[in-house]
Ligand binder design. Sequence first.
Ligand code: GDP
Ligand code: MG
Length: 597
Amino acid sequence: TDLSHIRNFSIVAHIDHGKSTLADRLIQMTGTVAERDMQEQLLDSMDIERERGITIKANSVRIEYPAKDGETYILNLIDTPGHVDFAYEVSRSMRAVEGSLLVVDATQGVEAQTLANVYTAIEADHEIVPVLNKIDLPASEPERIAEQIEDVIGIDATDACLISAKTGVGIPDVLEAIVTRLPAPTGDRDAPLKAMLVDSWYDPYLGVVVMIRVMDGVIRKGDQILMMQTGAKYGVDKLAVLRPKMQDIAELGPGEIGILTASIKQVRDTRVGDTITHQKKPCDTPLPGFKPSQPVVFCGLFPVDNAEFEDLRTAIEKLALNDASFTYEMETSAALGFGFRCGFLGLLHLEVIRDRIEREYDIELITTAPSVIYQIHMRDGTEIELHNPADMPDPADIDHIDEPRIKATIMVPDEYLGDVLKLCQDRRGIQEDLTYAGSRAMAVYDLPLNEVVFDFYDRLKSVTKGYASFDYQLSGYRTDNLVKMSVLVNEEPVDALSMMVHRDRAEMRGRAMCEKLKELIPRHMFKIPIQAAIGGRVIARETLSAMRKDVTAKCYGGDATRKKKLLEKQKAGKKKMRQFGRVEIPQEAFINALKME
Ligand code: GDP
Ligand code: MG
């Protein structure tokens, strides 16, 4: 195809502002999919995405559009993941296209993820067309929101498209704007092949499918290709475009987007952002800025029922095949038995994987306290990356500890601002900026990631009744006074509950933890001390008093069947308990004890 007749774009939006609905309308109005095959949220293929309304994996669709100028254009839409955990993937897929539609809900206005995503688009040098959605709703204020876009983002919104993705109003204008306002791609057909690996996923019939954007040169079926970062070599088995069903194609030239298969064994073998070229006549330099995504949040996943360990292994191995950014290694815990220490891109990623294991593989899990990566600088000059508080070296050998920090952007209606500032302050946040746009405030904070991985989202949601929006990016490491806090139940350390905390917050955390556990652990026949400690020093303590009587005592010695029944009932209740020395701890205690405040 002639480059001047191609337009590549993505849609950026805050969650729920209508990205998927708009994509559906664009596909529908151009007749890309027959009316009878039309289903909602066509591009969001995974169940879990649909249920949660988030798009996790990028996907794409090729649309043919006969424009008002009488020419037919090929429009390639790449759907990018909308969540902060996948920021790296978003920034890569943005580099595969030249423009973005910026969708803003005209009843809500600019939100934190609107900003984060539009800045990524601006960084990728995109031309941006603002689109104000939901104008069918009486509460919509397109003029005010257009002004807000100009004030807050600083892009011209006078020619914003006013649409209702739901009813279809304004969609033809969006299609025309894509053709007239977004630039055509550039590239050299005669140069050596240079294509970007935009995304990859596992297809049960085809195996690993790789989405590519050709920059220069031409790729054909049967070509011998090289992935420049991983060094892996393959032969192209299949070349196709997505409409959104796969349609085989003979070749893909500059500016084009499509998929290939090449007998690649697992998704882990492919790296988003890698450069694909020909083995025989490779390009000189790979695409700039490649970095593999690294997990930043770690936690232990243990089966509630130890007998399910092998099932859990199978589930984790299968999920990892399809997700290069999810890491795992076996872990044993005195408290929880055999499990896995897993690494994730962020909390949402953690939640998605945990949910899939529980749902798709039907394994009940205990998740230990999430931890970030600490850089431990030892006195002897060596450096350790700590992923698990259980591996903390002797504090006497440590010179100092660095922890990861984030730059967080929070947008919130004025009336909740006070509570949000307090929350950030309580979490060791440092305010960097505070500005107002209409009745909403935007606060920018420098926060330790460790304070965010616990329950920051939940707290933020509850103090703002769900009206705040939040986004963050990692900003670097900083030295701070961090210690490992252990929890002891009846003098036995419960490793699954140990965590890294700031020294100034240790007493508070320790006290809260002991109080929680006191409520969560059932009484026993004896007194149980519950303690939080740093090194050998106890910093908080509660005592769970003994049960007054044996529950079977009131059954009068004689009634054996009744006594037996009662014991059986107790036993059934015990299934979900874990034995610690002489103490039994219910599994909910592990989950609930980690929810602070
Ligand atoms: P996404 O998270 O950005 O992909 O948002 P969705 O496309 O899933 O839309 C979020 C919700 O807003 C859904 O319930 C849609 O039906 C609804 N929605 C999307 N566009 C419109 C619109 O133009 N008008 C109205 N009234 N609702 C819309
Ligand atoms: Mg969506």
